[in-house]
Design a protein around this ligand. Structure first.
Ligand SMILES: Cc1cc2nc3c(=O)[nH]c(=O)nc-3n(C[C@H](O)[C@H](O)[C@H](O)COP(=O)(O)O)c2cc1C
Length: 331
Protein backbone atom coordinates (compact mmCIF):
# COMPACT_ATOMS: atom_id res chain seq x y z
CA UNK A 1 0.00 0.00 0.00
CA UNK A 2 1.54 3.28 -1.08
CA UNK A 3 0.32 6.69 0.05
CA UNK A 4 2.93 8.46 -2.10
CA UNK A 5 1.84 11.47 -4.13
CA UNK A 6 3.41 14.28 -6.11
CA UNK A 7 2.88 17.93 -5.18
CA UNK A 8 4.78 20.91 -6.57
CA UNK A 9 7.29 18.50 -8.10
CA UNK A 10 8.06 16.85 -4.73
CA UNK A 11 7.62 13.13 -4.17
CA UNK A 12 5.69 13.11 -0.91
CA UNK A 13 5.51 9.98 1.24
CA UNK A 14 1.84 10.69 1.95
CA UNK A 15 -0.64 13.47 1.05
CA UNK A 16 -0.77 15.20 4.47
CA UNK A 17 0.83 18.65 4.67
CA UNK A 18 0.81 20.86 7.77
CA UNK A 19 -0.53 24.20 6.50
CA UNK A 20 0.67 27.59 7.74
CA UNK A 21 -0.11 28.17 11.42
CA UNK A 22 1.68 28.82 14.73
CA UNK A 23 2.45 25.07 14.77
CA UNK A 24 4.77 25.51 11.79
CA UNK A 25 6.38 28.64 13.25
CA UNK A 26 8.89 27.01 15.61
CA UNK A 27 11.61 24.49 14.96
CA UNK A 28 10.64 22.08 17.72
CA UNK A 29 7.01 21.88 16.60
CA UNK A 30 8.15 21.51 12.97
CA UNK A 31 10.22 18.53 14.07
CA UNK A 32 7.18 17.16 15.93
CA UNK A 33 5.13 17.46 12.74
CA UNK A 34 7.78 15.64 10.72
CA UNK A 35 8.05 12.91 13.38
CA UNK A 36 4.27 12.44 13.25
CA UNK A 37 4.47 11.98 9.48
CA UNK A 38 3.77 15.37 7.87
CA UNK A 39 4.85 15.01 4.25
CA UNK A 40 5.70 18.73 3.97
CA UNK A 41 5.24 21.91 5.98
CA UNK A 42 4.13 25.43 5.09
CA UNK A 43 5.65 28.06 7.37
CA UNK A 44 3.56 30.99 8.71
CA UNK A 45 3.13 33.83 6.22
CA UNK A 46 5.33 36.86 5.91
CA UNK A 47 2.90 39.72 5.27
CA UNK A 48 3.20 42.50 2.71
CA UNK A 49 2.29 45.04 5.43
CA UNK A 50 5.02 43.74 7.70
CA UNK A 51 7.65 44.01 4.96
CA UNK A 52 6.45 47.54 4.16
CA UNK A 53 6.69 48.63 7.82
CA UNK A 54 10.21 47.27 8.04
CA UNK A 55 11.17 49.07 4.81
CA UNK A 56 9.66 52.33 6.08
CA UNK A 57 11.53 52.05 9.39
CA UNK A 58 14.81 51.66 7.52
CA UNK A 59 14.00 54.55 5.15
CA UNK A 60 13.12 56.82 8.10
CA UNK A 61 16.34 55.93 9.83
CA UNK A 62 18.37 56.55 6.68
CA UNK A 63 16.68 59.95 6.14
CA UNK A 64 17.27 60.94 9.78
CA UNK A 65 20.87 59.86 9.50
CA UNK A 66 21.57 62.01 6.49
CA UNK A 67 20.08 65.12 8.22
CA UNK A 68 21.34 64.82 11.76
CA UNK A 69 24.47 65.66 13.61
CA UNK A 70 26.60 62.68 14.55
CA UNK A 71 25.88 63.18 18.26
CA UNK A 72 22.09 63.10 17.75
CA UNK A 73 22.39 60.00 15.56
CA UNK A 74 23.69 58.08 18.51
CA UNK A 75 20.26 58.30 20.21
CA UNK A 76 18.73 56.16 17.49
CA UNK A 77 19.55 52.47 17.42
CA UNK A 78 20.71 51.11 14.10
CA UNK A 79 17.67 49.33 12.57
CA UNK A 80 19.87 46.43 11.61
CA UNK A 81 20.14 45.75 15.37
CA UNK A 82 16.43 45.01 15.61
CA UNK A 83 15.56 41.44 15.05
CA UNK A 84 13.17 42.04 12.21
CA UNK A 85 10.17 39.76 11.79
CA UNK A 86 11.25 38.88 8.28
CA UNK A 87 14.72 37.96 9.56
CA UNK A 88 13.13 35.58 12.03
CA UNK A 89 11.36 33.87 9.15
CA UNK A 90 14.58 33.58 7.17
CA UNK A 91 16.28 32.10 10.26
CA UNK A 92 13.42 29.62 10.70
CA UNK A 93 13.75 28.52 7.06
CA UNK A 94 17.48 27.96 7.48
CA UNK A 95 17.10 25.93 10.66
CA UNK A 96 14.13 23.99 9.28
CA UNK A 97 16.12 23.05 6.18
CA UNK A 98 19.06 21.99 8.31
CA UNK A 99 16.90 19.80 10.58
CA UNK A 100 14.07 18.43 8.43
CA UNK A 101 14.05 15.97 5.55
CA UNK A 102 10.58 16.97 4.28
CA UNK A 103 10.00 19.91 1.91
CA UNK A 104 9.86 23.33 3.56
CA UNK A 105 7.43 25.72 1.86
CA UNK A 106 7.57 29.43 2.73
CA UNK A 107 4.43 31.57 2.61
CA UNK A 108 4.19 35.14 1.35
CA UNK A 109 0.94 36.98 1.97
CA UNK A 110 -0.13 40.10 0.10
CA UNK A 111 -1.96 41.57 -2.88
CA UNK A 112 -0.18 44.66 -4.28
CA UNK A 113 1.98 44.13 -7.33
CA UNK A 114 5.14 45.93 -6.20
CA UNK A 115 8.47 45.76 -4.36
CA UNK A 116 7.61 43.54 -1.37
CA UNK A 117 7.29 40.63 -3.81
CA UNK A 118 11.08 40.52 -4.18
CA UNK A 119 11.19 39.11 -0.66
CA UNK A 120 10.21 35.81 -2.31
CA UNK A 121 13.77 35.59 -3.58
CA UNK A 122 15.16 36.06 -0.06
CA UNK A 123 12.93 33.24 1.17
CA UNK A 124 14.32 30.97 -1.54
CA UNK A 125 17.92 32.09 -0.91
CA UNK A 126 17.38 31.12 2.75
CA UNK A 127 16.41 27.61 1.63
CA UNK A 128 12.64 27.58 0.97
CA UNK A 129 11.99 24.81 -1.53
CA UNK A 130 8.72 26.31 -2.75
CA UNK A 131 6.68 29.46 -2.21
CA UNK A 132 3.02 29.51 -1.24
CA UNK A 133 1.64 32.90 -2.19
CA UNK A 134 -1.46 33.81 -0.21
CA UNK A 135 -3.72 36.30 -2.01
CA UNK A 136 -5.86 37.23 0.99
CA UNK A 137 -8.00 40.11 -0.18
CA UNK A 138 -11.33 41.61 0.92
CA UNK A 139 -12.82 43.66 -1.93
CA UNK A 140 -14.39 46.32 0.30
CA UNK A 141 -13.58 49.41 -1.83
CA UNK A 142 -16.58 50.26 -4.04
CA UNK A 143 -14.29 52.22 -6.38
CA UNK A 144 -12.29 49.12 -7.30
CA UNK A 145 -13.96 46.69 -9.69
CA UNK A 146 -13.44 42.95 -9.80
CA UNK A 147 -11.45 43.08 -13.03
CA UNK A 148 -8.90 45.37 -11.42
CA UNK A 149 -8.48 43.08 -8.41
CA UNK A 150 -8.15 40.02 -10.63
CA UNK A 151 -5.57 41.73 -12.86
CA UNK A 152 -3.57 42.67 -9.74
CA UNK A 153 -3.68 39.08 -8.52
CA UNK A 154 -2.38 37.87 -11.87
CA UNK A 155 0.39 40.47 -11.78
CA UNK A 156 1.48 39.45 -8.27
CA UNK A 157 1.63 35.80 -9.32
CA UNK A 158 3.61 36.67 -12.46
CA UNK A 159 6.08 38.78 -10.48
CA UNK A 160 6.68 36.09 -7.85
CA UNK A 161 7.03 33.49 -10.61
CA UNK A 162 9.70 35.66 -12.25
CA UNK A 163 11.49 36.36 -8.97
CA UNK A 164 12.10 32.72 -8.00
CA UNK A 165 13.16 29.46 -9.60
CA UNK A 166 11.27 27.13 -7.26
CA UNK A 167 7.65 25.93 -7.54
CA UNK A 168 4.97 28.47 -6.66
CA UNK A 169 1.59 27.57 -5.16
CA UNK A 170 -1.19 30.17 -4.84
CA UNK A 171 -3.66 30.10 -1.96
CA UNK A 172 -6.82 32.11 -2.54
CA UNK A 173 -10.47 32.42 -1.62
CA UNK A 174 -13.48 31.33 -3.70
CA UNK A 175 -15.18 34.74 -3.96
CA UNK A 176 -14.77 35.59 -7.62
CA UNK A 177 -17.61 35.99 -10.16
CA UNK A 178 -16.06 33.17 -12.16
CA UNK A 179 -13.77 31.20 -9.94
CA UNK A 180 -12.99 28.66 -12.68
CA UNK A 181 -11.77 31.45 -14.95
CA UNK A 182 -9.71 32.99 -12.13
CA UNK A 183 -8.14 29.61 -11.36
CA UNK A 184 -7.09 29.30 -15.00
CA UNK A 185 -5.65 32.78 -15.13
CA UNK A 186 -3.66 32.24 -11.94
CA UNK A 187 -2.11 29.07 -13.37
CA UNK A 188 -1.50 30.80 -16.72
CA UNK A 189 0.33 33.49 -14.76
CA UNK A 190 2.71 30.82 -13.48
CA UNK A 191 1.21 29.05 -10.44
CA UNK A 192 2.26 25.39 -10.28
CA UNK A 193 -0.48 24.63 -7.76
CA UNK A 194 -3.62 26.12 -6.25
CA UNK A 195 -4.33 25.83 -2.54
CA UNK A 196 -8.08 25.98 -1.98
CA UNK A 197 -9.32 27.83 0.02
CA UNK A 198 -8.29 30.72 2.20
CA UNK A 199 -10.36 30.85 5.37
CA UNK A 200 -11.63 34.38 6.00
CA UNK A 201 -11.38 35.63 9.54
CA UNK A 202 -14.05 38.28 10.05
CA UNK A 203 -14.61 40.32 13.21
CA UNK A 204 -17.60 39.88 15.49
CA UNK A 205 -19.81 42.76 16.68
CA UNK A 206 -20.07 43.19 20.43
CA UNK A 207 -23.50 44.83 20.86
CA UNK A 208 -22.85 45.59 24.57
CA UNK A 209 -19.83 47.86 24.25
CA UNK A 210 -20.22 48.68 20.52
CA UNK A 211 -16.81 47.37 19.58
CA UNK A 212 -15.53 44.97 16.96
CA UNK A 213 -13.78 41.92 18.27
CA UNK A 214 -11.36 39.56 16.65
CA UNK A 215 -12.67 36.01 16.45
CA UNK A 216 -10.94 32.84 15.47
CA UNK A 217 -13.35 29.99 14.81
CA UNK A 218 -11.53 26.84 13.90
CA UNK A 219 -13.03 24.79 11.08
CA UNK A 220 -14.84 21.47 11.33
CA UNK A 221 -15.48 18.77 8.75
CA UNK A 222 -18.53 20.66 7.40
CA UNK A 223 -16.10 23.20 5.95
CA UNK A 224 -14.68 20.56 3.65
CA UNK A 225 -17.59 20.74 1.18
CA UNK A 226 -16.65 24.05 -0.45
CA UNK A 227 -13.00 23.31 -1.32
CA UNK A 228 -13.84 19.68 -2.10
CA UNK A 229 -16.56 20.65 -4.60
CA UNK A 230 -14.35 23.23 -6.31
CA UNK A 231 -11.48 20.81 -6.58
CA UNK A 232 -13.82 18.26 -8.19
CA UNK A 233 -15.06 20.92 -10.65
CA UNK A 234 -11.60 22.24 -11.53
CA UNK A 235 -9.76 18.93 -11.74
CA UNK A 236 -10.80 18.04 -15.32
CA UNK A 237 -9.72 21.45 -16.63
CA UNK A 238 -6.48 22.17 -14.79
CA UNK A 239 -3.08 20.53 -15.14
CA UNK A 240 -1.72 22.40 -12.10
CA UNK A 241 -1.62 20.57 -8.77
CA UNK A 242 -4.47 21.13 -6.35
CA UNK A 243 -4.19 21.09 -2.57
CA UNK A 244 -7.18 21.25 -0.27
CA UNK A 245 -7.10 23.36 2.88
CA UNK A 246 -10.14 23.83 5.11
CA UNK A 247 -12.12 21.34 7.14
CA UNK A 248 -9.82 18.33 6.97
CA UNK A 249 -10.19 16.66 10.36
CA UNK A 250 -10.83 12.95 9.81
CA UNK A 251 -9.34 10.24 7.59
CA UNK A 252 -12.60 10.13 5.61
CA UNK A 253 -12.24 13.87 4.89
CA UNK A 254 -8.91 13.08 3.24
CA UNK A 255 -10.48 10.24 1.23
CA UNK A 256 -13.12 12.64 -0.14
CA UNK A 257 -10.66 15.45 -0.89
CA UNK A 258 -8.39 13.06 -2.78
CA UNK A 259 -11.32 11.52 -4.65
CA UNK A 260 -12.36 15.02 -5.71
CA UNK A 261 -8.92 15.47 -7.25
CA UNK A 262 -6.57 16.95 -4.64
CA UNK A 263 -2.93 15.92 -5.06
CA UNK A 264 -2.28 16.79 -1.43
CA UNK A 265 -4.34 17.78 1.59
CA UNK A 266 -3.48 20.32 4.24
CA UNK A 267 -4.56 20.55 7.82
CA UNK A 268 -4.28 23.07 10.65
CA UNK A 269 -7.34 23.17 12.92
CA UNK A 270 -7.30 19.40 13.49
CA UNK A 271 -3.66 19.61 14.56
CA UNK A 272 -4.28 22.62 16.81
CA UNK A 273 -7.17 20.76 18.48
CA UNK A 274 -5.59 17.29 18.73
CA UNK A 275 -1.85 17.91 18.55
CA UNK A 276 0.62 17.05 15.77
CA UNK A 277 0.28 13.32 16.41
CA UNK A 278 -3.19 13.52 14.92
CA UNK A 279 -1.30 13.18 11.62
CA UNK A 280 -0.72 9.53 12.56
CA UNK A 281 -4.48 9.01 13.01
CA UNK A 282 -5.11 10.64 9.62
CA UNK A 283 -2.47 8.61 7.81
CA UNK A 284 -3.34 5.27 9.40
CA UNK A 285 -7.05 5.90 8.91
CA UNK A 286 -6.55 6.66 5.21
CA UNK A 287 -4.43 3.53 4.82
CA UNK A 288 -6.98 1.32 6.58
CA UNK A 289 -9.83 2.72 4.50
CA UNK A 290 -7.93 2.15 1.25
CA UNK A 291 -7.00 -1.39 2.29
CA UNK A 292 -10.59 -2.20 3.19
CA UNK A 293 -11.83 -0.91 -0.17
CA UNK A 294 -9.06 -2.48 -2.24
CA UNK A 295 -7.22 0.64 -3.42
CA UNK A 296 -3.54 -0.16 -4.01
CA UNK A 297 -2.23 3.40 -4.23
CA UNK A 298 -3.27 7.06 -4.22
CA UNK A 299 -3.25 7.31 -8.02
CA UNK A 300 -6.31 5.07 -8.05
CA UNK A 301 -8.05 7.38 -5.60
CA UNK A 302 -7.04 10.86 -6.77
CA UNK A 303 -9.72 12.37 -8.99
CA UNK A 304 -11.96 9.29 -9.14
CA UNK A 305 -14.88 11.54 -8.11
CA UNK A 306 -13.94 14.63 -10.13
CA UNK A 307 -16.65 16.33 -12.15
CA UNK A 308 -15.92 14.39 -15.35
CA UNK A 309 -15.98 11.02 -13.62
CA UNK A 310 -19.20 11.05 -11.61
CA UNK A 311 -22.54 9.89 -13.07
CA UNK A 312 -24.44 13.02 -11.99
CA UNK A 313 -21.99 15.96 -12.35
CA UNK A 314 -24.80 18.54 -12.49
CA UNK A 315 -25.17 18.06 -8.72
CA UNK A 316 -22.02 20.16 -8.37
CA UNK A 317 -23.94 23.08 -9.87
CA UNK A 318 -27.39 24.73 -9.95
CA UNK A 319 -29.29 21.47 -10.30
CA UNK A 320 -28.27 20.48 -6.79
CA UNK A 321 -29.64 23.74 -5.43
CA UNK A 322 -33.01 23.39 -7.18
CA UNK A 323 -33.47 19.71 -6.33
CA UNK A 324 -32.41 20.20 -2.75
CA UNK A 325 -34.86 23.03 -2.12
CA UNK A 326 -37.60 21.03 -3.80
CA UNK A 327 -36.94 17.96 -1.67
CA UNK A 328 -37.59 19.63 1.71
CA UNK A 329 -40.33 17.54 3.38
CA UNK A 330 -43.32 19.84 4.14
CA UNK A 331 -45.92 18.68 6.67
C1 LIG B 1 -3.99 30.37 14.19
C2 LIG B 1 -3.92 30.25 12.69
C3 LIG B 1 -2.87 30.89 12.00
C4 LIG B 1 -2.82 30.81 10.60
N1 LIG B 1 -1.80 31.44 9.93
C5 LIG B 1 -1.76 31.37 8.58
C6 LIG B 1 -0.72 32.02 7.85
O1 LIG B 1 0.20 32.63 8.40
N2 LIG B 1 -0.76 31.95 6.50
C7 LIG B 1 -1.73 31.26 5.82
O2 LIG B 1 -1.71 31.21 4.59
N3 LIG B 1 -2.71 30.62 6.49
C8 LIG B 1 -2.75 30.67 7.83
N4 LIG B 1 -3.75 30.02 8.50
C9 LIG B 1 -4.77 29.27 7.74
C10 LIG B 1 -4.45 27.77 7.70
O3 LIG B 1 -3.21 27.55 7.05
C11 LIG B 1 -5.55 26.98 6.97
O4 LIG B 1 -5.57 27.32 5.61
C12 LIG B 1 -6.93 27.23 7.57
O5 LIG B 1 -6.90 27.14 8.98
C13 LIG B 1 -7.96 26.21 7.04
O6 LIG B 1 -7.55 24.90 7.29
P1 LIG B 1 -8.10 24.01 8.53
O7 LIG B 1 -9.56 23.87 8.35
O8 LIG B 1 -7.34 22.72 8.39
O9 LIG B 1 -7.75 24.75 9.78
C14 LIG B 1 -3.82 30.07 9.88
C15 LIG B 1 -4.83 29.43 10.60
C16 LIG B 1 -4.89 29.51 11.99
C17 LIG B 1 -6.01 28.79 12.71
Amino acid sequence: MSLATRYLGFELANPFIASASPLTGKLDSLKGLEDAGAAAVVLPSVFEEQLRREREAIDTFTALNSDMLTEAQSFFPDPSLYERESHRTLGLIRSARASLDIPVIASLNGVSPDGWILFAKELVDAGAQAIELNLYHIGSDPAVCGQEIEARHEQVVRSVRQAVNVPVAVKLGPWFSSFANMAHRITEAGADALVLFNRFYLPEINPEDLTLQRTLHLSDSEDLLLPMSWIAMLRPHLTADLALTGGLHRPLDAVKALMAGANAVMTTAALLKNGPRHLITLREGLEQWMNAKGYANLDELIGCMSRDRVPNPDLFERTNYMKLLDSWPMQ
